[in-house]
Design a protein around this ligand. Structure first.
Ligand code: M6R
Length: 615
């Protein structure tokens, strides 16, 4: 939530920050702002709305000279999205300016104290409290900005990634992180600051990722000094070389990131199993699993914690783990798990799934599980993310950057990783025969081509989207492995088209949702050949008798559902356990086209942000 960017060096800061904000807009987009130091003073401009609105405002409002600046794109927590609450925020003197991603939980008591000391506040934000706290400490204790930030951060409770500068010391930016990501790009006599590396990847491949509870003073033409916030001890900066390239973070000719990411799935899935699955040697190897095999094999159960789409991938994994490896699995919303005093111990393995690796609830669930002695394994996409670092071991999905707010390739690559783990454990436990094991590997290797085939129905899906784009409610039904896909399909439609949609296990329909069915209700039924096919066909009959409009997701060549349904979308045949990797594709495309036809902002749906770093 919220993207932050900063620059200090020898180039003009404005174009770098503006472009950086556009790349980070997926993190929040209800308002945006920028503060530049022009050699004499701070020039600040901010507005409710998107970065494009900011660009227009800046042109009319301020000069854009200067080689030091910070910028922010916001997802509101404290205070409604408006011009005043937008970042950056000045301190009362106007000397200091700050951008902040996160929440200062004790801001009200700090605000009271500062008010008593004569400070005034323009906005409703916690951030304006923080910058005035820093100013108050700087003045009352007569210390430099870095020291004042250090003392202030020891007084605040909450989460933050911040960047601050002082117009009287325009050769440094002070940054800090706790719970929200912050990367420092290291160039030739220049430094970049950002929530992720995308704003600076065309200038440098070298980056320092601040750890939680670290702050840094980034000095123009000099160096980066990192300290621990708690005890002020110095930390050696670790500069890593990034594998990211510009192409990965651009739209590459697609109208939206979401569409590009849907189409990237054949490659992303292949990249995820490449080097881990060897058909030739009939083995699956994943370092994170091999190193902790005993933990997995001795586990009483696996608890999966995640949110949103990642939680749906966890539900698919529950079927796979229980089916293949015969290990009991519980799947929990991280937000519920962390607050319900769960029974966990050293014999539990917790798998945390997260695309961003920054989701606050998932991170908190991991910390809780660790505190109770459980072994925690992460499945993340973003390399070096907080969750990847907080877990004992893990396996990355190699999906590449996912920028569209609606998760697509993250979901299918998460399922791929989880399938590999389940197969590996099943083999080690002897719960799968060698022929079954081989067949699963063979089928998994064929999935990228089959996803490609599923994508070929795009035009047909577009026509179906056109027919149902004005629906106000939609039902998604699936059974077994495809029940979580139904949930995921409904989530996709809701979040980008704002059409109300519900996912249900097909058999549950008659326990309530059937009452909703009439001739206006589109019902998307996943009815692939394997997996309770006949039962699902009966459910389709029940819908038909109530005049519901049926869109069947069927196996290639199916004729039974074709006769009953209003429309069918075919996917290639595969094993039941791998079918979610195919059935999810038409659902992603259907939501995408409906949202585009309704004129919605597909990549940046209202009220959402890509990574939810607040609880
Ligand atoms: O980064 P994470 O996988 O931890 O994110 C979890 C959810 O916030 C995320 O999946 C969200 O539900 C997506 N917008 C769904 O498309």
């Amino acid at each position: 939530m919220c993207g932050i960017v900063g620059y200090i060096g020898h180039r003009e800061a404005y174009p770098i920050i503006l472009k950086g904000l556009k790349r980070l807009e997926y993190r929040g987009y209800d308002s945006a702002g920028i503060a530049l130091y022009d050699g004499q003073d701070i020039k600040l401009s901010k507005t409710k709305g998107k970065v494009d609105d900011l660009e227009r405002r800046v042109e009319n409002e301020i000069s854009t000279n200067g080689s030091l600046g910070i910028g922010h794109t916001r997802w509101a927590t404290h205070g409604v999205p408006n011009d005043v609450n937008s970042h950056p925020h000045y301190s009362n003197s106007g000397d200091l300016v700050i951008i902040h991603n996160g929440i200062i939980e004790n801001y009200e008591s700090l605000k009271k104290e500062l008010t008593n000391r004569g400070y005034t506040f323009n906005s409703d934000t916690d951030t304006e409290v923080l910058i005035n706290l820093i100013e108050d400490i700087k003045k009352s204790e007569n210390v430099k900005l870095g020291k004042a930030v250090h003392i202030a951060l020891n007084q605040v409770v909450g989460a933050y990634a911040i960047a601050v500068f002082d117009k009287n010391k325009p050769n440094e930016i002070v940054v800090a992180r706790l719970g929200s990501p912050l990367a420092i790009g290291v160039g030739e006599d220049e430094f970049f600051i950002a929530s992720d590396a995308s704003p600076f990847i065309e200038y440098t491949n070298n980056a320092i990722y601040l750890e939680d509870e670290e702050m840094a003073i980034v000095r123009r033409g000099k160096d980066v000094k990192i300290r621990k916030i708690k005890d002020d001890s110095l930390v050696n900066p670790y500069v890593q070389e990034l594998q990211l390239n510009l192409e990965q973070i651009e739209k590459g000719g697609y109208e939206h990131f979401m569409l590009k990411e849907i189409y990237e799935q054949p490659h992303a899935i292949k990249d995820t199993y490449r080097g881990r699955l060897s058909l030739e040697n009939a083995i699956i190897k994943m370092a994170g699993v091999e190193d902790h095999m005993k933990k997995f094999l001795n586990a009483d159960r696996i608890i999966i914690v995640a949110c949103g789409t990642s939680w749906h991938a966890g539900l698919v994994a529950e079927y796979i783990f229980e089916d293949l490896a015969r290990i009991p699995v519980e799947v929990e919303y991280a937000s519920e798990f962390r607050y319900r005093n769960p029974v966990i111990n050293e014999n539990d393995v917790v798998i945390a799934i997260s695309q961003s690796g920054e989701t606050a609830d998932t991170l908190a669930a991991i910390k809780l599980a660790k505190s109770k002695g459980a072994f925690v394994f992460g499945v993340c996409n973003v390399v070096g993310s907080s969750i990847a670092r907080e877990t004992h071991a893990g396996a990355y999905t190699h999906a590449g950057p996912e920028i569209g707010v609606a998760s697509t390739k993250a979901f299918t690559t998460q399922i791929t990783v989880l399938t590999l783990i389940a197969l590996r454990l099943a083999r080690a436990k002897g719960t799968i025969s060698s022929s079954d094991f081989r067949m699963h590997m063979l089928e998994l290797e064929m999935i990228p081509d089959k996803v490609e085939k599923a994508l070929a129905s795009d035009d047909h899906i577009k026509m179906i989207a056109d027919t149902y784009k004005h629906a106000t409610n939609c039902l998604y039904l699936g059974r077994g492995y495809n029940f979580p896909v139904a949930l995921e399909g409904a989530l996709k439609l809701k979040e980008i088209s704002y059409i109300h949609a519900e996912g249900y296990p097909a058999a549950e329909m008659k326990h309530g949702p059937i009452a909703l069915i009439d001739e206006n209700m589109p019902i998307i039924v996943i009815a692939t050949k394997k997996g309770h096919y006949e039962k699902v066909v009966s459910n389709i009959q029940e819908i038909k008798s109530r005049k519901g409009k049926i869109i069947g997701i069927v196996t290639e060549g199916d004729s039974t559902v074709k006769e009953l349904a209003d429309h069918v979308i075919e996917v290639p045949e595969t094993l039941e356990s791998l079918s979610p990797l195919l059935t999810t594709i038409p659902l992603q495309l259907l939501s995408y086209h409906i949202a585009v036809m309704l004129g919605k902002n597909v990549d940046q749906p209202r009220n959402l942000a890509k990574s939810v770093t607040v609880e």
